[in-house]
Ligand binder design. Structure first.
Ligand code: G3H
Ligand code: 13P
Ligand code: ZN
Length: 304
């Protein structure tokens, strides 16, 4: 099947990021409001973005809804937007997304041996190539919660293996592990191994590198959530200055999910608290959407 009308390929957006030496924001969505918030942020800043869904987000919404909502969201926009599968765990889900009109997929076999990761990633690349769809691979392991799977320890990406992996698989971008982790508890001392990033960059040249688990977990947002009933304990993320550092050393795609979720929760909780008499869910979701949109705008500006 052809790409969803008016979607841009992952390769084109990555090329723009590499040429401009910036990072494209890759934002996860889970429902209509979060999708609209991201697209509105892209429009307001006139900046390309990557919309992404995890396997569990697809399970939650249903693939037909994902496609229909993205079609509706992008059909009139005049800025490049891609649709990406985040952390595809099997070739079947990657193929389903490609067949459904996505313009980019990730095959995440990072928990396997190097040889097996290469073999299974190559298989997805071979399929995606026929449709001009981009493929992201991953080498190294991030700690934290990711699609209901918890990795207790991280395993940082080896620079020599990174270059071999890129060469052997034919992928369009590579996710690397340099100290980030998924979720809202990244640890107070979370710190990026910029030295390793520099070494990886030296080995892979201009090739697009991806940073997962990059949410900053802003204290002001956490505070609003907790003020209105959330119990987000020990919430901490990656500082904005570390993110800027990572971009200046060659990160070209940055995945954000947790910060958007927390902004959504903050907006929703605040509205429910401030207007307890209202059962108009559109009213409450409007606030959640506005918080999410503002967060996405903040990220887009940070990544430029
Ligand atoms: O990388 C992980 C993302 O945050 C996806 O999380 O599977 O709960 O949607 P999720
Ligand atoms: P965060 O949990 O830090 O937002 O990371 C999201 C991510 O990497 C999605 O692939
Ligand atoms: Zn991730």
């Amino acid at each position: 099947m052809a790409l969803i009308e008016n979607l841009t390929t992952g390769q084109k957006i990555l090329k723009w990021a590499v040429d401009d030496k910036i990072a494209v924001g890759a934002f996860n969505f889970s429902n209509m409001e979060t999708l609209q918030a991201i697209v509105e942020a892209a429009l307001e800043t006139a900046t390309p973005v990557i919309l992404q869904v995890s396997e569990s987000a697809i399970k939650y919404m249903g693939i037909d809804y994902v496609i229909a909502m993205v079609e509706a969201a992008v059909h009139t926009v005049d800025i490049p937007i891609a649709l990406h599968l985040d952390h595809g765990k099997t070739s079947e889900i990657c193929k389903l997304c490609i067949d459904s009109g996505f313009s980019s997929v990730m095959i995440d076999k990072s928990e396997l041996s190097f040889a097996e990761n290469v073999r299974q990633t190559k298989e997805v690349v071979a399929y995606a190539e026929k449709f001009g769809v981009a493929v992201e691979g991953e080498l190294g392991i991030l700690a934290g919660v990711e699609d209901d799977v918890r990795a207790a320890h991280s395993l940082y990406t080896d620079p020599v293996q990174a270059a071999e992996f890129v060469e052997a698989t034919g992928i369009s971008s590579l996710a690397i592990a340099i100290g980030t982790s998924h979720g809202l508890n990244k640890g107070k001392t979370a710190h990026l191994d910029i030295g390793r990033l520099k070494e990886i960059k030296q080995k892979v040249g201009d090739f697009p590198l991806v940073l997962h688990g990059a949410s900053s977990v802003y204290p002001d947002i956490t505070e609003i959530c907790n003020q209105y009933g959330a119990v987000f304990k020990d919430a901490s993320g990656i500082s904005d200055s570390d993110i800027r550092d990572a971009i200046s050393h060659g990160i070209n795609k940055i995945n954000i999910d947790t910060d958007l979720r927390m902004a959504f929760v903050a907006g929703l909780r605040q509205s429910l608290h401030q207007a307890p008499e209202s059962a108009d869910i559109r009213f409450h979701l409007k606030s959640a959407k506005l918080f999410t949109k503002n967060l996405a705008i903040k990220k887009i500006n940070l990544f430029k």
